[in-house]
Ligand binder design. Structure first.
Ligand SMILES: O=C(O)CCC(=O)C(=O)O
Length: 282
């Protein structure tokens, strides 16, 4: 599907849309190369392991990710979906190494984020390497976003990429699932109540996705005192979120200080009700 063919009616019917061409293969490769250069030689002055910065809120510390959140093609698609006023609430690299058992169990994103269970959030998942059934691409259950948020349990399984190893307490029929196959530079969109999961990577390449979470400004953090978002476009008469500025440079001192501030608040939000430490926020 080309960008011009995107129909938001498909998204609202199914709860997802893909594949949507947003970057060239070369642009995707350049972001992958930048990420891999950082992984090969992490900045010396980080107070947390590099993987934690990459795994959550990476838009605070990496200018390339902040810029991508404003990429005209991506924003155009998201505007067609959620309307003209947009904030970026989060960004994460979801990487599965080649030949590893890392999985994502069935879950609904809005379960633990504290920003309600409504329709004003969408995730853009942008492939930086081939996301295939062999490499452990996501799977979606069409129409499942029409459910409420269903009960989830924490497993803290070390092979689970999710923060608390959470999974839905109801059985999802794998036969209902659609594999979200994407080539580098292609994007999928999914709704915050979508049932989704992904399996192990049995391929020879890393499976790399950059996830950007967009919200509209009327959303509000309900669990903690403060929450943060990066302004993307349109108006925000509510100011429910503290604004995150673009980082001046990768892991700049100011961005690292802001990162710690945001993570302290997010730790309160994301760990509510958890029986163990939630490692990515510590
Ligand atoms: O990348 C994956 O396999 C899962 C990503 C996911 O759960 C999400 O973006 O909400």
């Amino acid at each position: 599907m080309q960008t011009s063919e995107y129909k938001s009616s498909d998204y609202w019917r199914d709860g997802f849309a893909f594949p949507i061409d947003v970057l060239t293969a070369e642009e995707a490769q350049s972001i992958r190369a930048e990420l891999e250069a950082i992984e090969a030689s992490p900045p010396a002055d980080l107070t947390r392991p590099l993987a934690k910065y990459l795994r959550t809120n990476v838009h605070i510390v990496l200018p390339t990710v902040a810029k991508l959140a404003r990429h005209p093609k991506i924003v155009d698609i998201v505007k067609q979906t959620l309307g003209p006023d947009l904030l970026c609430w989060g960004a994460e690299f979801f990487t599965k190494e080649a030949h590893t058992n890392k999985v994502v169990t069935w879950h609904q994103d809005l379960t633990y984020w504290g920003i309600g269970h409504g329709d004003q959030e969408v995730t853009a998942w942008i492939a930086l390497s081939p996301a295939t059934e062999a490499s452990g691409c996501m799977k979606f259950v069409p129409g499942s976003h029409t459910n409420e948020i269903l009960p989830h349990v924490d497993t803290f399984d070390e092979n689970n990429l999710l923060s608390r190893g959470q999974e839905m307490a109801v059985k999802v029929d794998e036969a209902d699932a659609v594999p979200v196959v994407l080539m580098p530079g292609q994007m999928s969109l999914h709704h915050g109540r979508m049932f989704h999961a992904s399996g192990p990577n049995v391929s020879d390449d890393r499976r790399m996705g950059l996830v950007i979470r967009y919200i509209t400004p009327e959303m509000k953090q309900q669990n903690a005192g403060r929450d943060y978002a990066m302004p993307i476009c349109g108006d925000d008469p509510y100011r429910h979120f503290e604004y995150i500025p673009d980082p001046e440079s990768a892991f700049s001192p100011a961005s690292l200080a802001l990162y710690d501030e945001v993570m302290a608040e997010h730790a309160k939000i994301m760990t509510q009700g958890a029986e163990k430490t939630v490692a990515i926020y510590s």
